[in-house]
Design a protein around this ligand. Sequence first.
Ligand SMILES: NC(=O)C1=CN([C@@H]2O[C@H](COP(=O)(O)OP(=O)(O)OC[C@H]3O[C@@H](n4cnc5c(N)ncnc54)[C@H](OP(=O)(O)O)[C@@H]3O)[C@@H](O)[C@H]2O)C=CC1
Ligand SMILES: CC(C)=CCC[C@@H](C)[C@H]1CC=C2C3=C(CC[C@@]21C)[C@@]1(C)CC[C@H](O)C(C)(C)[C@@H]1CC3
Length: 418
Amino acid sequence: MAPPQGSRAPLEFGGPLGAAALMLLLPVTMFHLLLVARSGPARLLGPPPYLPGLEELWSPWALLLCLTWLGLQAALYLLPARKVAEGQELKDKSRLRYPINGFQALVLTALLVALGVSAGLPLSALPEMLLPLAFAATLTAFIFSLLLYLKALVAPASALAPGGNSGNLIYDFFLGRELNPRICSFDFKYFCELRPGLIGWVLINLALLMQEAELRGSPSLAMWLVNGFQLLYVADALWYEEAVLTTMDIIHDGFGFMLAFGDLAWVPFTYSLQAQFLLYHPQPLGWPLASFICLINAVGYYIFRGANSQKNTFRKNPSDPRVADLETISTATGRRLLVSGWWGMVRHPNYLGDLIMALAWSLPCGVFHLLPYFYFLYFTALLVHREDRDERQCLQKYGLAWHEYCRRVPYRIVPYVY
Ligand SMILES: NC(=O)C1=CN([C@@H]2O[C@H](COP(=O)(O)OP(=O)(O)OC[C@H]3O[C@@H](n4cnc5c(N)ncnc54)[C@H](OP(=O)(O)O)[C@@H]3O)[C@@H](O)[C@H]2O)C=CC1
Ligand SMILES: CC(C)=CCC[C@@H](C)[C@H]1CC=C2C3=C(CC[C@@]21C)[C@@]1(C)CC[C@H](O)C(C)(C)[C@@H]1CC3
């Protein structure tokens, strides 16, 4: 049985109080967004049109649908993979193995959905079920986090995450105690991060597009753009699935309520906000402006993909010809830091690209409502906070070399601005 690690790691997210507040605030915000997106005024900062009763939130069918979806994605995860990748080295010097078959899961899901729709599956009825589905996903995430917390009680100390083991129940429940909770080779965090939520998000978007087609004869250009951009983002995440193994969530964060709720509920139900908004508030969009928005998304994607691939290639094999010529600085750990290429422009070029794409996803919704810009605003806050966490972790890991990197590359996310 693992002893609590005490409070060695500094507390993040405002400690236990911050964690408790976030556990309440995040689901409340998600339901607020779902309610206002379908209301006439669609005011992000106004009160919700009404407070739903339990009878509107709770539906055993929604829970069944939610669990069936998780079961389907778990089954697809277990199918033979085209490749098995090794993760980063762990505290005990071992490396975990991960199946690389996320894109295959996306394609198979698309085929199953297409088959279902042609056989009469009423996908366009899904938007009407968003509220009970979001409630079921939140409940599932809560119970799942509880089980993860209990599982961590019997995990060896070497399996625990650097944070999330303060000894405070609320804080540890929120952050997650175990770094890579698994049953046999089934890795819960890796599975949740990329499959049910991300694929669920594009499925909800598609259902909204289909309902718009039923309501108005055809989907609007704005709806096509939002669906297309976000499908590209999700397909990219699954195509480059291996790159997730070098992200902070996999390497550093435990698996607790924050990620379980984030992956299973927050991502599908709030990241589809622009499509939800467009279904109830159609926006005129001409081709010239649409082309300009596509250009913004393409620029964001180019930076995001370029930066993430460069770091991933470098971390996997620094002698790879694609990165071998880049300038680096040495650190005491033996790992080097890139100081040219994308990572010489700002210290988080991947965040910059992601933020530019976030803006492109909101622009098709026009400029007269703040609501569709929620994702951009939330994401800016998330990435600024995330960048700050990462800086502290890197300073701890690399010490003086990190100071040198900061001196050579002074801007964090936006060149000459931040
Ligand atoms: N859509 C969404 O909701 C979200 C998307 N994201 C996206 O996920 C992606 C991953 O983000 P995240 O995990 O936060 O962070 P990064 O992928 O940027 O990973 C940070 C790590 O990269 C390594 N690193 C930093 N600087 C350098 C350098 N100069 N040279 C080489 N390695 C370096 C360090 O780890 P080490 O040295 O140990 O390798 C550092 O801890 C981003 O594109 C982000 O935009 C993130 C959060 C939410
Ligand atoms: C506020 C809240 C609920 C916090 C939880 C945050 C999570 C929603 C995000 C933390 C990191 C994420 C990543 C992605 C999705 C959102 C979460 C889970 C990601 C899978 C999206 C697709 C990208 O290509 C990515 C693979 C780089 C990315 C990884 C991080």
